[in-house]
Design a binder for this molecule. Structure first.
Ligand SMILES: [Zn+2]
Length: 308
């Protein structure tokens, strides 16, 4: 049987072929690496360095608790296609990432591979327990993993991530270096500004819900009197709160801080008893809405300064 190809069909066929070719070409010249970020802060940082050469996906939003998420099929599919995984590390994702990686079957992004980047490896961590006791709750055995809350840490991670992206995509090295230089310069300027703005917070006595803002508190020189959680990851019971109230009764508390994704009830309870104001800080960048790291940190600083 002979197939008849008329001129119209032929034209359509050629058009389709050339369209596919140009589409493929534009895709390969633009986005080259698929980045899977565990948290929005790393998605935003990868985007700042990688620009349009990276396709960046964030596994979580600013309103999700990164300690606990579901390794759902959509996430597994994204991890399967990833060339580079950018996560906090230091066991923050220990409850879901190992399973996700196993299910994805993607050998390139396993720990130890160039496609696996753990931000916490590049900063000095606080709160590393001398003795490990899992009875002490969701202990962060490798130290506090919420490293993005210090702007100095962001600089350290940015430098390392820039190197890693170049290692994976050397053809675009000049582009990434130029992007990184712009980010680094701007961030340095921002740090100076944030330092001046937060000068008044030095020595302020605060209470936090979880030890989420440890690096920010250290950076800003704030003094954490207590955390509402008896141990990390365990919600405060009413008896624990009552104990805290008694313990803090002689103290001048400047504010009680919690991240927006947790219930504010324990904070509000203590606020009522002590008269200290409650501040809900955005845990991280609203990446899905196009927010940048610097816009997010500006918001954090403004919230802290809103307390008189
Ligand atoms: Zn934590």
């Amino acid at each position: 049987m002979r197939m008849h190809i008329n001129p119209v069909m032929r034209k359509h066929f050629l058009l389709t072929v050339s369209l596919c070719a140009s589409l493929f070409h534009s895709v390969s010249a633009q986005a080259t690496l698929n980045v899977f970020a565990c948290e929005p802060e790393w998605a935003a940082l990868a985007k700042a360095i990688g620009g349009d050469r990276l396709t960046v996906y964030s596994a979580t939003t600013a309103m999700q608790d990164p300690h606990h998420i579901q390794a759902r099929p959509g996430l597994i599919a994204k991890a399967r296609r990833a060339d580079l995984l950018v996560c906090s590390g230091a066991e923050l994702e220990v409850g879901w990432l190992p399973l996700l990686l196993r299910k994805s079957g993607n050998a390139d992004v396993r720990p130890g591979q160039p496609g696996n980047f753990a931000a916490a490896d590049y900063v000095e961590k606080t709160g590393v327990p001398e003795k490990l006791d899992r009875r002490l709750g969701d202990v962060h055995a490798e130290g506090n993993p919420h490293i993005h809350t210090s702007p100095e840490n962001i600089l350290l991670v940015a430098a390392a991530l820039h190197q890693r992206i170049i290692e994976l995509d050397p053809d675009n090295a000049d582009y990434y270096s130029a992007q990184y230089a712009v980010f680094e310069k701007h961030w340095q300027q921002q740090i100076k500004q944030w330092q001046q703005q937060t000068e008044s917070l030095r020595g302020a006595k605060i209470v936090t819900h979880h030890n989420y803002w440890t690096y920010l508190n250290e950076w800003a020189g704030m003094n954490v009197l207590a955390t509402l959680e008896p141990v990390p990851g365990v919600s405060p019971s009413s008896s624990h709160l009552a104990k805290l109230k008694k313990q803090l009764s002689q103290q001048e508390i400047k504010m009680i801080i919690h991240v927006s994704y947790v219930s504010d009830r324990p904070s509000q309870w203590l606020a009522e008893k002590t008269g200290a104001p409650v501040v809900a800080l955005p845990a991280t960048v609203d990446f899905q809405d196009g927010q940048t790291l610097s816009q997010w940190f500006d918001e954090v600083v403004q919230q802290l300064l809103s307390v008189k």
